[in-house]
Write a protein that binds this ligand. Structure first.
Ligand SMILES: NC(=O)c1ccc[n+]([C@@H]2O[C@H](COP(=O)([O-])OP(=O)(O)OC[C@H]3O[C@@H](n4cnc5c(N)ncnc54)[C@H](O)[C@@H]3O)[C@@H](O)[C@H]2O)c1
Length: 425
């Protein structure tokens, strides 16, 4: 027992040292205060007791929710310390953008985007980058330094899914990109697709996920055989930053409510700090309703009545899970886009889904999620005309009902669906 304890403490000490670089930005904060009780934290409350919520905003053919306006410069004091090139995309001319086709179905759906862009003659010149086959010592991952530099220099990019081995193997390529590029917020709009029937017709949810730390810090360690540790890192800097973005986004898009999702009843320090930061930011936005919802209850309420929520902000792992749950509400992962936002407007858009190894190489993938992510990219570049054109065409193609990919219960191939989108432009 004594040997076990000493092994634990020396290993834990070295793990903590390894983590110090991560947490140097933590500043002491006030102990967590009890927040007002909310209806959702009381299991006996029913949905009828919830505050009334605006009805669907997603009925219009064009969704403003896909516009990821970055924080204003003056609001970026908390995001200082980057070396990115700030690019002005407002002028005319061709814009260079990084494209990672990725793994699995990635190259098939990236091809769809390239075909649609070329049909619309979008003035984008792609800098294509592929995942390497050996670890780049500068990044510690299969993502090369050159690829990273491409995103830094272009300031904008689109990314296909990238595979990460489960339970073994190399560092996640997605985590490397998000962390190295400081892509601190992952915004996942989840809106009902007109004409594609699901249990709910009016889903209109925005999940904003902290993207750089939390449970995905990658600090795992075997203490002794049969005992492993994983560090969940929550910093004040990253929490304030993502909360700032969530409230900024909500205000800009005329949203009414921001819900911070947590498990601070159990993880009192980590999720407690996250909530503390959300509360501080919420005080600056008195016009927005701020609430705190425990994650398990949130999942139940989302499935029961998604209209109870509006903008949701949360630590990394919860964001990963909740956004997939939200994708299920509108028809699945083939339909949900996302945008990763960094400092100075740096943005890397990507579909929420993974590499879909079960259908890779079979021309069965639904390219909608990546196409909608590319619409987000164009909106971010203020290329509103081609963005709107592509967006309308996607919605029309799905609403037609004739061109449904396999995941939506149809039998249309990825290439035929892409052709239909082009024909509908
Ligand atoms: N951002 C990313 O790059 C990202 C995200 C999630 C998972 N992954 C990686 O992807 C790999 C596979 O993960 P997974 O199987 O858990 O999740 P997945 O999203 O790849 O697949 C889940 C299910 O959804 C289906 N699906 C996903 N996208 C689809 C599309 N566009 N069209 C039709 N069907 C689609 C798949 O066929 C599968 O049945 C893993 O290596 C994982 O690490 C990467």
């Amino acid at each position: 027992m004594g040997a076990f304890k000493s092994a634990c403490s020396s290993r834990a000490h070295s793990l903590l040292q390894k983590a110090l670089w991560y947490i140097d930005s933590i500043k002491p904060c006030k102990p967590l205060e009890r927040h007002n009780a909310h209806w959702y934290q009381n299991s006996s409350s029913s949905s009828s007791s919830a505050t009334s919520f605006p009805s669907s905003r997603s009925s219009s053919l064009f969704w403003p929710a896909l516009d990821l306006s970055p924080l204003q410069d003056e609001q970026q004091v908390l995001c200082a310390g980057n070396s990115f090139v700030k690019r002005d995309f407002s002028g005319a001319g061709t814009i260079r953008a990084t494209l990672f086709p990725g793994d699995g179905i990635g190259p098939e759906i990236a091809k769809a985007v390239k075909q649609v862009f070329s049909a619309v003659q979008v003035p984008i010149e792609w800098e294509e980058h592929y995942v390497g086959t050996v670890v780049d010592p500068k990044t510690g991952s299969f993502i090369t330094w050159n690829s990273m530099e491409s995103v830094r220099q272009c300031g904008i990019g689109l990314k296909g899914p990238m595979a990460t081995p489960i339970g073994k193997g190399h560092k996640s390529l997605n985590l490397t990109l998000r962390k190295e590029l400081g892509l601190y917020a992952n915004v996942r709009p989840c809106l009902s697709i007109p004409g594609y029937k699901t249990r709910y017709d009016d889903v209109d949810l925005i999940t904003i996920r902290e993207n750089t730390e939390g449970e995905y810090s990658g600090l795992e360690h075997q203490v002794v055989r049969g005992v492993v540790e994983s560090l969940k890192i929550i910093t004040r800097q990253a929490s304030i930053r993502v909360a700032e973005y969530a409230f900024h986004y909500a205000k800009l898009h005329g949203r009414k409510r921001v819900s911070a999702i947590h498990k601070a009843n159990i993880m009192k320090k980590t999720d407690g700090l996250f909530l503390q930061c959300c509360r501080e930011v919420a005080e600056k936005y008195p016009d927005l309703v701020y609430e705190e919802v425990i994650i398990d209850n949130c999942c139940m309420m989302l499935v029961k009545n998604p209209a109870l929520f509006d903008v949701l902000v949360m630590p990394n792992l919860y964001g990963d899970i909740i956004s997939d749950l939200c994708a299920g509400l509108i028809g699945g992962l083939g339909l949900t886009p996302s945008g990763n936002i960094g400092d100075n407007g740096l943005a890397l858009m990507e579909a929420v889904h993974g590499t879909a190894p079960d259908i890779a190489g079979k021309n069965m993938a639904n390219p909608t999620a990546l196409l909608l992510s590319s619409v987000m990219m164009l909106k971010h570049l203020k290329m509103n005309e081609p963005a709107e054109k592509i967006h309308k065409s996607i919605l029309k193609t799905i609403a037609d009902g004739k061109w449904r990919t396999f995941d939506l219960g149809g039998s249309t191939s990825c290439s035929d669906y892409t052709k239909a989108v082009i024909d509908n432009l």
